[in-house]
Write a protein that binds this ligand. Structure first.
Ligand code: PLP
Length: 369
């Protein structure tokens, strides 16, 4: 880390690769000889056209996006799509969307969808504090849902779904997946999904850009009365340039993608993420309940590791946060609705940074047993 910077384990906006920040800094005043900052370039000019095309091409390359999908860059955050997707994909209020409610974000999407159409919770894990997920073999979907929505990684509750969710959903029903917090953290078989969407501010860039990967036949469902800013068909037809897109944000995502490609693509990212998460969960598991993670082992997130100290000793947790901060370890407080500790291990967090945290945790444990 550059001197003065800290280890940022925040849940999002999260840490970015320093290399990306340095490139952006170097190019800030004069983007590739244009004499203008990237922020001063027209979104229709040749320089920015190259940026958006390259960013799309690299996303396609990294995720092996099939040709019958398009990539859209929207604004409004992933939250805007909790309304935007029902508006695009449903015929009207009599349609039903099936939701797997596994944490705060799928719950929010479920609640918002109810404003536009019928929403059915296939499972709702809130009654068990979102600590596990009902066995997929027991999921019961409704008769004819317009689509199925789930969240691949619940950022607040630290629940990550298995990669084969599609094996348990009815054939032919499109799957819409909120991948905001584990997008680009591992390879994904895009062909199994109807729509994948993600806010960029965890693994894919900075806040202010929402990435959508959607199958053509679903894109063509959009009706003309869907607001332009969400209208998948209009966005797709105009290469996300029908209105001014978040140009700087797309540029940063482009830099993150180049960094990922240079570092071995998504298989290598997955390996690094697995190693970091394994080390941290091992430290928790071997701490004799000093640190405890109450989440079902099968669903523990590799991205957001949530745990408590001594079963939820608030005073000791406050001391932990304070000492962590003094050791250059920041943003590890759990979400205010959950409490405890949450360590986010996004792509840009290094193994070395994770080991520094783990060493701090071991020292803290030995001093406070
Ligand atoms: N979905 C998930 C999984 C998230 O983690 C978040 C934000 O943290 C959102 C949706 C909402 O994203 P935004 O704040 O960009 O609207």
């Amino acid at each position: 880390l550059t001197k003065g910077r800290v280890l940022n384990f925040g849940a999002g906006p999260g840490c970015l690769p320093e290399e990306v920040l340095i490139t952006a800094q170097n190019e800030l005043l004069n983007f590739q000889g244009s004499g203008k900052s990237i922020m001063e370039l027209s979104h229709r000019g040749k320089e920015f056209t190259k940026v958006i095309e390259e960013t799309k091409a690299n996303l396609k390359l990294l995720l092996k996006v099939p040709d019958n999908y398009d990539i859209l860059f929207l604004q409004g955050g992933a939250t805007s799509l909790f309304a935007g997707i029902p508006l695009n994909l449903c015929d009207g209020p009599s349609d039903t969307i099936d939701f797997l409610v596994t944490g705060a974000w799928s719950k929010a999407a479920y609640n918002e969808a109810k404003l536009y159409t019928k929403a059915n919770a296939v499972i709702d894990m809130e009654s068990s504090k979102f600590l596990s997920v009902v066995n997929p073999a027991e999921w019961k979907f409704s008769e004819k849902p317009a689509y199925i929505h789930y969240c691949d990684n619940e950022t607040v509750h630290g629940i990550e779904m298995p990669t084969n969710v599609y094996e348990y959903t009815p054939a032919g029903v499109p799957i819409v997946c909120d991948m905001s917090s584990n997008f680009l953290s591992k390879p994904v078989d895009v062909s199994k999904y109807g729509v994948i969407f993600a806010g960029a501010q965890k693994n894919a860039g900075i806040a202010g850009i929402t990435i959508v990967i959607a199958r053509h036949d679903l894109i063509s469902r959009s009706k003309p009365n869907v607001p332009n800013v969400f209208n998948f068909l209009k966005k797709s037809q105009q290469n996300s340039l029908d209105n001014t897109p978040p140009t700087f944000n797309i540029y940063i995502t482009g830099l993150v993608l180049k960094w990922l490609i240079k570092n071995g693509g998504l298989e290598a990212a997955d390996k690094r993420n697995q190693e970091k998460a394994d080390l941290l969960y091992k430290t928790i598991n071997e701490s004799n309940d000093f640190y405890c993670c109450y989440i079902d082992e099968k669903y523990r997130s590799k991205m957001n590791v949530c745990f408590r100290i001594k079963g939820g000793d608030n005073d000791l947790e406050e001391k932990f946060f304070k000492q962590a901060e003094q050791n250059g370890i920041s943003d590890i407080k759990g979400h205010r609705s959950v409490g405890g500790i949450r360590v986010s291990l996004y792509n840009a967090m290094t193994l070395q940074g994770t080991e520094i945290l783990i060493n701090f945790m071991k020292k803290f444990m030995s001093e406070n047993k």
